[in-house]
Structures are given as C-alpha cells and as structure tokens.
Design a protein around this ligand. Structure first.
Ligand code: NAD
Length: 310
C-alpha cells in the first residue's frame, strides 16, 4: 500500500513518521525546499516529548519530482493550500485512491469532490498536535486521536480495513458517523479561540480570565450553531462552550497561543476563510445573518494585510 503525504509540515510529518516507523511505504511531498533537502540528506529528525528519537530517511520530494500512483493520500497542507496542492498531485491518484483529510476548518469536502469520487473521500478531525523545530525537524508532544468518516459509504468494509491497518501504526483512528458533528464542534471552538486570541493578543488562559468572555464566545457560537444546523449538522453549542472552558486552565491548554495566532505572528496567511469566513459564506446561502463572523473575518484579513503576511 503506497501512502503519500501531500504536505509534510507539522501534522503530516508526525503521522507520516508513525506509519514509516511501522514499515509502511510512505512518501512525503512538500514545496518547502529546505525542509525537503534536509529530510533527504539527513533524514527527518524526530523529537517527541523532548526525546530525540533519531533521524528517519522518509522519501521526500518536491511536488514536480514524484511519479506513479498512490493508494492512500493524506492531504496535510493548511486549508487555503488544499486546492493548489490537489492540482499538483491529482495525476498521482488512481481510480480507487483514498484521500484522508483531517485539516482544521470547514468546507473541505466541497473542494475534494472536484478531484475525487465522494466514496474515496475520508473526512475527519484530529486532536493530534505537532510542530516543526525548523526545516527537517519534527518537534511534537503528547498523543492524539482521529475521528474519520467515508463521505459516501460505498464498500465501507474496505475503509474499515484501511482504518485498522493505519491503527497498527498507532494513529488511533475511530470510524464514526458523528464525524461531521465533531468537525463542527472543533471548528466552533477555533472560530472563538483562534480569532479572539489573535485579535486581543492573548493566550487561551488570558482570554478565559476576562469576566465577559462568555459574551464574546456566544456572539460567535450563536452564528456557528445556527448555520451548522441549517447544514443539517446537530451542532451542540453547550458542548462547544464546555470544550472552550476546559482549555482555560494553565494545566490544560491555557498557556497555548492558537495556531491562527502563531500564523499571524509568523507572517503567514491564516485559515480564517475556513473558519468564521466559511460560517459567513454558508450563512448567506441559508439566509442566516452572521454579522459577528463577517466582521471577525474582515478584521483578521485586515491584520494579515497590515502585517504584510503571505
Ligand atoms: P504546516 O504549515 O506545518 O504544514 C503544511 C505543509 O504543506 C508545509 O510544510 C507546506 O510547505 C506544505 N505545502 C503547502 N502547500 C503545498 C503545495 N502546493 N505543494 C507542496 N507542499 C505544500 O501546517 P500543519 O500545522 O501541519 O497543519 C496542517 C493542517 O492540519 C491545518 O489545517 C491545521 O489547522 C491542521 N492541524 C494541525 C495541527 C498541528 O498541531 N500542527 C493539529 C490539528 C490540525
């Protein structure tokens, strides 16, 4: 089984390393020249929970250097890079290639459907976390899990076999019919914490310490919940509010600055169009006003613009 990671950044290289270490046939594609060269020449340096686990010579290429067909493709770019990546790798799919997409945010199935049959799309959500300590260096902590669903359940037994095989490498995937609800619950949390921490310039604990944080949270979640329900998803606002609150203490994730905050600080474009921006877009389709998400999306874009982020 040939497995491709289309994007071998923080998340891709962590999951790819786990599969490679368990003797799966893994190939990485990435456009970051220095990252590709370092992995080629020195191997991917793997540091997990502050332990150096050695260097792994995972075959790694730029997109234009790869040929052949792959059976499983993990897309692991940022949300706004998904379509350009799919354009670059679509010739590597065969009739039955399965694409696994566990990017954060909303709206990815629509994009994937332009490239592959619905029955070959496995959409999901993950709480694995990961980081890079420079080009060619994976630096991650903790463990995680993935929730996954085949968008159109045809030959489900084959998908379940794949899940079981991937789990032999410790990916900890649960096949679940509640996956879309979980995607919306995670997106709802990100629509609140990623954006407000960025705009207020604070970590999650500081956000939670403001006595009126629930007002801010609900201003966003009322819209997320209404739009999600209009999309046919049973979004449970009380669950998202509880999940957010659980992250406030310093012992959980309070000291953390969300990924959108870090992208903004590091001069990169953010995933806002796949969070609050997507809620606004879907709201228009369903005739549901989303003034808070509209303004937050514009504010994040204005900050990207003023910072000169690319
Ligand atoms: P990342 O920026 O570290 O990795 C993306 C990689 O894709 C980069 O190395 C980039 O060079 C490469 N890339 C982008 N476009 C490309 C193209 N056209 N051709 C080739 N390579 C290309 O991002 P990440 O942190 O791994 O996040 C990926 C997704 O997973 C995001 O949606 C993120 O929100 C989500 N996610 C990340 C984590 C985490 O802890 N890092 C956890 C859960 C979910």
């Amino acid at each position: 089984m040939k497995i491709l990671f289309a994007g071998a950044g923080a998340l891709g290289s962590r999951l790819g390393y786990m599969l490679f270490k368990n003797n799966e046939d893994v190939t990485f594609i990435d456009s970051w020249e220095e990252h590709v060269e370092n992995i080629k020449n020195k191997g991917l340096k793997v540091i997990i929970d502050d332990k150096d686990l050695g260097n792994y010579y995972i075959p790694t290429y730029r997109p234009d250097q790869v040929n052949g067909k792959f059976d499983v493709v993990f897309v692991a770019t940022k949300s706004m890079q998904l379509r350009p990546m799919l354009e670059q790798v679509k010739h590597l799919f065969h009739e039955d290639t399965k694409i696994i997409c566990i990017l954060n945010g909303l709206g990815h199935v629509q994009t994937l459907k332009d490239y592959i049959k619905e029955e070959n799309i496995l959409i999901g959500v993950t709480v694995w976390t990961s980081g890079l300590g420079g080009p060619g260096v994976l630096n991650a902590h903790g463990t995680g899990k993935i929730e996954l669903k085949q968008v159109k359940e045809v030959n489900l037994e084959k998908t379940l076999e794949l899940v079981s095989r991937l789990n032999n490498s410790g990916l900890n995937i649960k096949y679940s019919n509640d996956t879309f609800q979980s995607i919306w619950h995670k997106a709802g949390l990100n629509c609140v914490l990623n954006t407000y921490c960025t705009l207020i310039d604070c970590n999650i604990n500081q956000y939670g310490s403001f006595d009126k944080n629930l007002e801010l949270t609900r201003a966003v979640l009322n819209e997320v919940t209404a739009v999600g329900k209009a999309e046919g998803i049973d979004v449970k606002q009380d669950v998202i509010e509880k999940n957010i609150k659980n992250l406030f203490p310093l012992e959980t994730a309070g000291a953390h600055y969300p990924s959108l905050y870090q992208d903004m600080k590091n001069g990169r474009l953010t995933e806002i169009d796949y969070l609050n921006g997507e809620v606004s877009r879907l709201g228009k389709i369903h005739n549901i006003p989303t003034p808070v998400c509209d303004i937050i999306t514009l504010m994040i874009h204005s900050k990207e613009f003023i910072n000169g982020n690319k």
